[in-house]
Design a protein around this ligand. Sequence first.
Ligand code: ZN
Length: 256
Amino acid sequence: MTKTLLSTTLLSMLSVSLHAQRTEDKIYHYSSMDAMRNGVYTGDITVKELKQKGDFGLGTYNFLDGELIAMDGKIYRIATNGSVEEADKRRKVPFGSFTFFKKDKSVTLEEIKTVDDLLKKLPEILPSRNRFYAIKIEAIFSSLTLGGAIKVDEKDVTGIATFMKTRPLYKKQNIKGTLVGFYNPGYAGGLDLSPFHFHFISDDKKAGGHMIEGNFSDTKITVQLDEKNAYEVILPNTNDVGYQRIWTSSQAKAQY
Ligand SMILES: [Zn+2]
């Protein structure tokens, strides 16, 4: 009797702790960076559907028709000319990383003058370099260079590395806004840029893009971290010709 009672208690304790471990705080990732490296620029997920997957994220639009940033539940599109609009809910996305951002901790860094300084320092403040983090940073930049995208021909399957050499660059000065991004461990380098992928949107929602380089106005930078314990990869539908081709390019370390 005592034995049975004990094992029942143990079992229920065990199930409580297993349950706790299974609580998923996840990143929803659509397609893969290797797909982009191999010229797969079509997806079938819409902006409307992505809003169900997170209130915070980044990506691009089909045929690289603009850069994508999601913040506070809104999804924006940065057009080739640099203008920013809320994306039409029917627009489709070939690549994106989304999550519901809920800060676990904030860390204030000192003596951070440039984006480069920031990227060097960030790994040191992560509780683990082998886990995924959503990262949000509000800052003022004395100068900032953002990258955009130019729509590719619908038949073009040139890998993204080639297009990124001629991507539009938007240079901004004295601009306040938010970096929305992710830390992706090395083992995720085929899925997304690793270690970091950041997009930016200004507070006035007039400028945005892929973060390339910049200088901070204030050298004290507060970093908000949201540790994730789950990463869900969803691929475009099975008829996607891009996923049927043989891929030859995987430069997991490449930055764009
Ligand atoms: Zn990007």
